[in-house]
Design a protein around this ligand. Sequence first.
Ligand SMILES: Cc1cc2nc3c(=O)[nH]c(=O)nc-3n(C[C@H](O)[C@H](O)[C@H](O)COP(=O)(O)OP(=O)(O)OC[C@H]3O[C@@H](n4cnc5c(N)ncnc54)[C@H](O)[C@@H]3O)c2cc1C
Length: 252
Amino acid sequence: MRVVIVGGGILGLAAGRLLARERPDDEVLLFEKEAALAQHQTGRNSGVVHAGLYYEPGSLKARLCRRGGQPLRAFCRQHGLASVELADGSAVGADRVLVCAGLHADRLARVSGESEEPRIVPFRGEYWRLHAPRSHLVRGLVYPVPDLSLPFLGVHLTRTVGGSVLVGPNAVLAYAREAYRRRDVATSDLWDTVSWPGMWRVARRHWRFGRRGDRASSSKRAFVRETRRLVPELRPDDVVPGTRRRARPGGR
Ligand SMILES: Cc1cc2nc3c(=O)[nH]c(=O)nc-3n(C[C@H](O)[C@H](O)[C@H](O)COP(=O)(O)OP(=O)(O)OC[C@H]3O[C@@H](n4cnc5c(N)ncnc54)[C@H](O)[C@@H]3O)c2cc1C
């Protein structure tokens, strides 16, 4: 059987690896639209293996976090690499197609005949970094108490494997699905967002959160004020520019 996977982020790659191991007689092809793998969410996240604590107890998200954490850690220990085949964009026949297209997953679902919802609404997340001499302020992970009505975790502090401390991400409505800078705009993405009634439902429900995110995006002081709820000792000089990155799905 030939299986085509669309998307070379962690989901597509993990699915490809599993298929290559479990069904060695199958041919697995992976299509990635970028020149390299993991250029979007997978290469732009906080790098935390979530324990599931943060999500509603018993929810699918919480259960999947618990189930996935252990094999992920084992994988990291082994440093195993999946062997996937990258092909060019020419037409390819397949017996099965697995779509792991991240920020474009809803579009590919629609062209496969699935429903209009859920829809992806892109948000950009911005990270700062603790200035190295102040990184002792955070020795682990500092998260806010979760608000389960929101699709975002809220600004948090993450000590990375390299010892630096990431501060963020906030969540700001983005004008393109793969917008990593404030000025990135894609008219078709923007139209998709504003013409979807679900977007206005989310905006009505969460406008206060949105306003806080916008403020934190346009002013470092506001960003630090937001973060001081978690680390009261923090001063504006303690944070230095991190990588401003991520477009994240926020719609439902
Ligand atoms: C800011 C941020 C912080 C996060 N922090 C954490 C964390 O600490 N811990 C954690 O567990 N998770 C975290 N996450 C979530 C995690 O990063 C994502 O759930 C995960 O990376 C999603 O992987 P994916 O493979 O589905 O999507 P992606 O990594 O986005 O991959 C999708 C791929 O599909 C490709 N693609 C799209 N359309 C097509 C097409 N038509 N043809 C070919 N290729 C296509 C894209 O180019 C992309 O490479 C975070 C996410 C964000 C945004």
